[in-house]
Design a protein around this ligand. Structure first.
Ligand SMILES: [Zn+2]
Length: 274
């Protein structure tokens, strides 16, 4: 996918959602927005640089190799392009569901993914806040997806763009009309649905793992929609103090001793979660 298509779309989506967040916020903010946005952009900048040296040299050549050698499910099926590309996007979306579950279930992956979750507010800038370590490790998963599914370069870039737009949208703090959100939510992950996944309450985080289509949560019985947003506190119980989640703190957090009650399965649960 050429940059002249994807970059304006991503920048436009960021700008539009940021503007809508100021006009129609869904949840009340805890931290000053400008400060959080700057911090999350700094995390994003470091992660983007790390992806340039981890994902870029591996995934693009791998997709080309898979297409040339006809490796993987979709290449073996020899489908027409109009069918192969959307099918690849759907299968990549489904397999990403399992990666997301793993980042919560496997303690050493959670050390990295928690950096995304301990943002005290949830908005479009949170969508860009993934620790560079999590993204670098996820390249291994992505390589597995490409080889097993047989993902061509075009399919991969179309999926990446759709995923990026979806992640920006469902992390945003935009209050959509209830009816519009309900209709959208039958198909794709929406801001209220993903807000529940970012709740401080363990049983609520332990739901809504999908990143694109709602279908996967529905299929696996992990869809949760009955929590009003005004009852949700965003974050992780062990990290509630804004002074403890500064840029440096969150960058070194995966390498430090983890606090109990960091919301991992088997941890002592917060009172409101029992
Ligand atoms: Zn998560």
């Amino acid at each position: 996918m050429p940059g002249w298509i994807s970059l304006p779309l991503i920048a436009g989506a960021c700008g539009l959602l940021y503007w809508l967040e100021s006009r129609r916020p869904l949840r009340r903010s805890v931290e000053p927005k400008a400060k959080r946005t700057a911090r999350n952009l700094a995390v994003a900048g470091i992660s983007a640089a790390v992806l340039q040296v981890t994902e870029r040299p591996i995934i693009a050549p791998l997709c080309a190799l898979v297409e040339r050698r006809k490796w993987g499910l979709l290449q073996k099926a020899r489908l027409p392009g109009w069918l192969e590309v959307p099918l690849a996007a759907v299968l990549l979306d489904y397999t990403l569901y399992f990666w997301h579950v793993l980042t919560h279930r496997v303690p050493w992956l959670w050390r990295f993914h928690v950096v995304h979750h301990l943002d005290l507010d949830l908005d479009v800038s949170t969508a860009l806040r993934f620790h560079c370590g999590e993204l670098a490790i996820s390249v291994i998963w992505r390589a597995g997806q490409v080889i097993l599914l047989g993902v061509s370069p075009l399919s991969f870039s179309v999926w990446q763009l759709l995923l990026f737009l979806s992640i920006l949208f469902h992390h945003s703090n935009v209050r959509l009309p209830n009816e519009a959100e309900r209709r959208l939510n039958r198909f794709i992950v929406t801001p209220r649905m993903h807000g529940i996944h970012h709740s401080i309450v363990y049983a609520e985080t332990d739901s809504n793992w999908s990143s694109g289509l709602t279908l996967w949560d529905w299929l696996h019985g992990t869809l949760k929609l009955n929590i009003p947003q005004d009852q949700i506190t965003i974050g992780v119980p062990a990290y509630r103090n804004p002074e403890e989640v500064t840029l440096v703190d969150i960058l070194v957090l995966p390498f430090r001793e983890q606090r109990p009650n960091g919301k991992l399965r088997g941890d002592k649960q917060p009172a409101q979660d029992r």
